[in-house]
Design a protein around this ligand. Structure first.
Ligand SMILES: O=C(O)c1ccccc1NCC(=O)[C@H](O)[C@H](O)COP(=O)(O)O
Length: 214
């Protein structure tokens, strides 16, 4: 069984090449000025162009207005647009109906009640990304949530697991939650916003090695 891998918050060609080399499936470009991983739309378009076909591009936006969202999609032409703020299901549906990109929605998971409410995104999001609740930033915080919240949940929407993952804990996370996709940012960095190619390789290796045992 193959678990998909997304490496998020890449901002240069070397880390994109490292993610591809390590066998990741997706890479994330964060367009959110408060983030240490922020890239302009023009730079995001360049990075997308530099990526090999094996690696799909995910563009992250946080509560972007309709004008910026449309502009971002037309400049970057991502395979996936990931909304990481308090965007509504209605807004996601509109974007999904009007673009060729997949639409993903990140949700900070505090408890089972938050998880139950995620059903409102059925028909609006192609994937839910369960992450730690927002802190100073809405994502990329390097913190995990209580994976037990996902126990017994009947996932109606394809999903992924994010939040504080790294090469050392990703196998426990997979044993505990069996996610179809794992997402990492801080856990493959040497400092906020600085990706480390060896950590990217170690993370992907841990996932792929575990996949082979199943
Ligand atoms: O990465 C950021 O700086 C960021 C900023 C604002 C919104 C979302 C952001 N990242 C989104 C991601 O998909 C991260 O990979 C995810 O939150 C997990 O991050 P981490 O806990 O650091 O692995």
């Amino acid at each position: 069984m193959k678990t998909e891998i997304k490496i998020c918050g890449l901002s240069n060609e070397a880390s994109i090449a490292a993610a591809a080399e390590a066998g990741a499936d997706y890479f994330g470009l964060v367009h959110f000025e408060k983030s240490p991983r922020h890239v302009s739309l023009e730079r995001a378009a360049e990075l997308r162009e530099s990526a090999p076909e094996s690696l799909k591009t995910v563009l992250l936006l946080v509560n972007a207005d309709p004008k910026l969202t449309g502009h971002a999609i037309s400049v970057v032409r991502p395979d996936v647009i990931q909304f990481h703020g308090s965007e509504t299901a209605e807004w996601l549906k509109l974007v999904r109906d009007q673009s060729n990109a997949e639409v993903w929605k990140a949700l900070g998971l505090r408890d089972k009640a938050t998880l139950a409410k995620s059903s409102r995104f059925e028909g609006a999001a192609d994937r839910l990304l369960f992450d730690a609740p927002a802190k100073a930033l809405p994502g990329g915080t390097g913190t995990s949530f209580d994976w037990n919240v996902l126990d017994g949940h009947d996932h109606k929407i394809p999903w992924g697991l994010a939040g504080g993952l790294d090469a050392d804990n990703v196998v426990s996370a997979m044993e505990s939650t069996s996610p179809p996709l794992v997402d990492v940012s801080s856990g493959v960095e040497s400092a906020p916003g600085v990706k480390d190619v060896d950590r990217i390789a170690a993370f992907c290796q841990a996932v792929r090695t575990y996949d082979e045992t199943r």
